[in-house]
Design a protein around this ligand. Structure first.
Ligand code: NAD
Ligand code: DAU
Length: 361
């Protein structure tokens, strides 16, 4: 093991979207595990990006934060050369399905045009550098590109046909196809990962788990879409970061790896479990039992019924499996939200309240 660490090539990694939820957890993971690597974070700081997520990392010598848009070609061209980047971990995206239903434009721009801009800039740079074989473009994507499963369907495999159902998942599918094409056409070393629902620290309040935690703390209704029977496969964000680390070091260019938590749960069961854990862990809740706050609301248009990941390939080929079960992961997540009110309270801004009104009123 020691020998492996000594032989590891130091990397100069560009992390896009590194001020968002998964990106910031990944930046932290990489800083802690590979302190000698150079880390450059590029993030436009949209409503979902938050410099507080990585504030404690910014004083490091080999760390640079750049505020910028992945659609800005001259900026990307310059950054790759200035920083001698050899690895891109591409997280930057518009990521929320409900927002893509309200307004798809930003999803087309960032997720499709932005991903294309990064891929094409990296292609020119990689050719200029002599097509070095261990350069890598890691494209972080989602299981939503595979569409919706019925109760008895087998879980998504890497060979499952794409069938995206929302503007968000269609835009992610489009960027996956571009990443795939850049490997097949130009031989550019590109890997795609398709991952299930993440949860954990620094998760923006609009998503199911943080939204429910925060609403319980505020004594507000817990809006469950439709009949609450939709199923998601929950993955603790730390497990996802380990999986991506494994893929960067051992994955094969041109391949796709599915990453899942092995934790399929119905939304209503997840929310109920969360309520019970909050009753146990949170002092002085305004409404107790928190289950009393559950309110079924109008369904999300085109709401996918079930996602499930078959992660056999990454397990058998690269040796990765998730470590966290839902209960342990939820306990850690709740503890984080209880201890970090200063992080989430400012995010409940007027913009957020307006968004909330639009979706839930
Ligand atoms: P997020 O919305 O929390 O963060 C996205 C980040 O990208 C933000 O910091 C934002 O400022 C930045 N960004 C947005 N547009 C940009 C642009 N044009 N230029 C530069 N930066 C920009 O998203 P997340 O949940 O952390 O997801 C990260 C990636 O993982 C996304 O590609 C998403 O599709 C994928 N993914 C997410 C999940 C999940 O459960 N959250 C699951 C599977 C895959
Ligand atoms: O599957 C991976 C995807 O997971 C990622 O690609 C997306 O970026 C990420 O946002 C997430 O998408 P979902 O739509 O599955 O996540 P969300 O947290 O929005 O919703 C999870 C489930 O909970 C979904 O079935 C909708 C439901 N839901 C969500 C909200 C916000 C509710 O019932 N009520 C709510 O208020």
């Amino acid at each position: 093991m020691r020998q492996e660490i000594e032989q590891r090539k130091q990397r100069r990694i560009l992390i896009t979207g590194g001020a968002g939820f998964i990106g910031s957890n990944f930046v932290r993971h990489w800083c802690e595990k590979y302190p000698s690597d150079s880390i450059i974070v590029l993030d436009a700081l949209t409503y979902a990006g938050n410099l507080n997520n990585i504030a404690d990392l910014q004083d490091r010598d080999n760390f640079r934060f750049v505020k910028g848009d992945i659609c800005d070609r001259p900026l990307i061209d310059r950054l790759l050369r200035e920083e001698n980047i050899d690895t891109i971990a591409h997280f930057a995206a518009e990521s929320h399905v409900d927002r893509s239903i309200l307004g798809p434009d930003a999803f087309i721009k960032t997720n499709i045009v932005g991903s294309f801009t990064l891929l094409d800039s990296f292609r020119h740079y990689w050719i200029e550098q002599g097509k070095i074989h261990d350069y890598l473009f890691l494209h972080v994507s989602t299981d939503e590109v595979y569409g919706s499963l019925g109760q008895e369907d087998p879980a998504f495999r890497e060979t499952t046909a794409y069938a995206p159902n929302s503007p968000y998942s269609a835009s992610k599918a489009s960027s996956d196809h571009l990443a795939r094409a850049y490997y097949h056409t130009y031989g550019m070393p590109t890997i795609i990962t398709n991952c299930s629902n993440n949860y954990g620290p620094y998760h923006f309040p609009e998503k199911l788990i943080p939204l429910m935690c925060i609403n319980i703390l505020l004594g507000k209704p817990l809006p469950v879409y439709g009949d609450g029977q939709n199923i998601r496969d929950w993955l603790y964000v730390g497990d996802h970061c380990h999986a991506l680390d494994t893929v960067i070091h051992q994955g094969k260019p041109g391949e796709t790896y599915n990453i899942g938590g092995n934790n399929e749960v119905k939304n209503i069961d997840l929310v109920t479990q969360l309520c019970d854990l909050m009753d146990e862990l949170a002092p002085n809740l305004p409404v107790k039992p928190a289950r009393d706050l559950i309110a079924f609301v109008k369904d999300r248009p085109g709401h996918d019924r079930r996602y499930a990941i078959d992660a056999t390939k990454i397990k058998t080929e690269l040796g990765w499996t998730p470590q966290e079960n839902v209960e342990a992961g939820l306990r850690k997540t709740i503890a984080w939200y209880l201890n970090n009110r200063d992080w989430w309270q400012p995010l409940l801004s007027k913009e957020y309240q307006d968004y909330y009104q639009q979706v839930y009123s």
